[in-house]
Design a protein around this ligand. Structure first.
Ligand code: PLP
Length: 374
């Protein structure tokens, strides 16, 4: 590839570039706030203050109390912490209800406890990728120990009715974990009435402009967890290990900047919808998965029948355009997307499906280049 060729990045669901709110402060953060935040000396106190400010900003951003936030290395660890806490062999009864459309971070965390006797109940999803609420109600009668679902699907962008699912689960006395990794930073996290929100929420910093290797788990005050990493008892004993100061502060800086200047959801949706209209005009046989379902404003999962998705991704990459075949984690694997399979999409159409995920600054010009190249 010609390095002077301008790059067009349309793979924001895999990761997003560093927010300017972080990039501008990074050298200072790395050089001035290096001390261990648990240390009692002035340098340690300085670092601790930065973390406290980040926690305040994140708690305002997500409408939770500061002491509900547990910092982790990212969504994968947050998810693993919750699921292990409910399904590990030392817990008395072990069952979880979840849709098959979950991210592999959730699926593999749940499946690893199956050989030890944990029971997985699969919640049906419709052809639009939405959880079938009647089936969830049926499963809730079996009183699973936990329900876990994704707020916004990473491949299709389909949004779950978070509040409605939480209410159904709580009415049945079942705690809920929400994987909000693709939602946080793109849509406002809903302010839910006391006791009605999710019991656990997982997310990663790098999906919304913070550094990689940091994330958080929000735990409701009525819940306790077995730590996955007890370590030195940091973070109320919920997660050991020296805090990742730069990562945590980067999440706080992005949260503060998004409180001031919210993610431009309407603009991004406009660019995405226009792109989909134009694509269907040019290629009428193209299929946009879950187009009628509520979706993230930035995500488009598009099948172009007769074309091979991997080949399209590589050809576009040669022209400086970065998109994906689906979840970043499954790229490179030849198995068809489990998300689209669960929605009943035929395998040949899945193999022709690419994922285009826009960012706040993605322009119509960039999208035009993509359409021309396609
Ligand atoms: N959940 C969802 C919906 C995701 O999209 C991802 C990453 O793509 C994850 C969880 C895992 O996030 P991370 O790799 O940052 O831990």
């Amino acid at each position: 590839m010609d390095p002077s060729h301008q790059q067009i990045y349309l793979d924001y669901n895999a990761t997003s570039p560093l927010s300017l709110a972080v990039a501008d402060r990074l050298p200072e953060l790395a050089s001035r706030f290096f001390a261990n935040p648990s240390s009692p000396h002035p340098l340690g106190r300085g670092t601790r203050k930065m973390i406290e400010q980040a926690t305040t900003d994140l708690s305002r951003f997500l409408h939770v109390a500061p002491n509900q936030i547990i910092y982790t290395s990212g969504a994968t660890e947050s998810i693993q912490t919750v699921i292990s806490s409910f399904l590990s062999p030392d817990t008395p009864s072990r069952s979880i209800a979840l849709p098959r459309t979950e991210h592999p971070a959730v699926l593999s965390a749940a499946r690893m406890f199956e050989p030890g006797g944990a029971v997985l109940h699969w919640i049906k999803v419709g052809p639009d990728g939405l959880v079938e609420l009647d089936h969830l109600k049926e499963l809730l009668r079996q009183r699973p120990d936990l329900v876990s679902f994704c707020a916004a699907n990473n491949e299709t962008g389909v949004l779950a009715p978070v509040q409605q699912i939480c209410t159904l689960c709580h009415d049945a006395g079942v705690p809920v974990h929400v994987d909000a990794t693709q939602w946080v930073g793109r849509l406002p996290w809903p302010q839910m009435p006391d006791g009605n929100g999710p019991d656990f929420v997982s997310f990663s910093g790098h999906k919304f402009g913070a550094l990689k290797g940091c994330g958080a788990l929000i735990v409701s005050p009525r819940m306790t967890l077995n730590p996955l990493i007890p370590g030195g008892g940091q973070q109320y004993g919920a997660r050991g290990g020296t805090l990742n100061t730069t990562g945590i502060v980067s999440m706080g800086l992005v949260a503060a900047s998004l409180i001031e200047n919210p993610y431009p959801a309407d603009t991004v949706r406009n660019v995405r919808d226009t792109m989909e209209d134009q694509l269907l005009e040019k290629i009428p046989e193209a299929v946009i998965h879950a187009r009628t379902a509520p979706r993230l404003p930035n995500t488009s999962s598009v099948a172009i029948p007769g074309r091979d998705a991997e080949e399209m991704v590589h050809q576009l990459a040669r022209q400086g355009i970065s998109i994906s075949t689906g979840s970043a984690c499954s790229t490179g694997k030849l198995s068809p997307s489990h998300v689209l399979l669960a929605m009943g999409v035929p395998t040949d159409l899945i193999r022709s499906t690419i994922r285009i995920s826009l960012g706040p600054l993605s322009s119509s010009m960039e999208v035009d280049c993509l359409l021309k190249a396609l």
